[in-house]
Design a protein around this ligand. Structure first.
Ligand code: ADE
Length: 223
């Protein structure tokens, strides 16, 4: 899979991909992530990519020309399954969306900044609009990093133990059950006996029951 990201501040996220789990995905050749600088695609002086909005109002808007130029240049090299704009008024991202996007071959993520991007870009180039939550960030970069991480870890082979993504919280609309590791007892606080029993069928049953219980307690809306 290839994820291309277009941003006015690529420095914000390039480091993240060099240290996260996605680094291993890149090294294994399972995932390619490229962050492109929008300023490399502008014909305006001094790398200008934004301007005041027509009709007045505070805040700069990313101009259509550099964005159209960048998107079309990237599209000449890659056939994208989706061109995604990160925006607080998009569809709120969740695990199901991560699952379905992880099945795609190529994604282009567009990060907005300032007051937003010229509406004509959204009308003519964007195929999907995604928000990472009901709050406003100063740009789409963190959203792009969230998407790339959530999607990237689902690509078969990226996680060491492939089944571990299947037992994540939110798969099957259940939160994950509690997990424990050594020591068996710490300050008298014991690991549940069932987990030490070696009875795998019973352990799976216990985990499922705990997942249901925790989901009902913490996120009854998921059930
Ligand atoms: N850009 C600004 N706020 C955002 C949000 N909540 N989700 C995605 N992109 C954004």
């Amino acid at each position: 899979m290839k994820i291309d990201i277009l941003s006015v501040v690529p420095q914000l996220i390039t480091g993240f991909f060099d240290y996260s789990i996605l680094k291993r995905a890149k090294e294994k050749g399972l995932l390619e992530i490229n962050v492109h600088n929008l300023r490399d695609y502008t014909n305006y002086k001094h790398g200008q990519v934004d301007d005041y909005q027509f009709g007045g109002g505070a805040g700069l808007v990313l101009m259509i020309e550099p964005l159209a130029n960048a998107i079309e240049s990237l599209q000449k090299k890659t056939l994208y399954d989706e061109v995604i704009f990160l925006t607080p008024d998009g569809e709120v991202f969740n695990q199901q969306m991560a699952n379905s996007l992880s099945l795609k071959n190529n994604l282009l993520l567009i990060c907005g900044h300032y007051k937003g991007i010229d509406q004509r870009v959204r009308d003519h180039f964007i195929t999907k609009e995604i928000s990472i939550g009901d709050y406003v960030l100063s740009g789409g970069e963190l959203g792009a990093a969230v998407l790339a991480d959530a999607i990237g870890r689902l690509i078969p082979g990226v996680l060491n133990d492939e089944t571990s993504a299947l037992t994540d919280s939110f798969q099957d609309n259940l939160l994950a059950p509690p997990v424990y590791t050594r020591p068996e007892t710490f300050r008298g606080w014991k690991v549940p006996d069932i987990l030490l029993s070696g009875n795998h069928a019973k352990i799976e049953e216990w985990r499922y029951e705990k997942a249901v219980e925790i989901t009902q307690q913490k996120r009854p809306d998921l059930g």
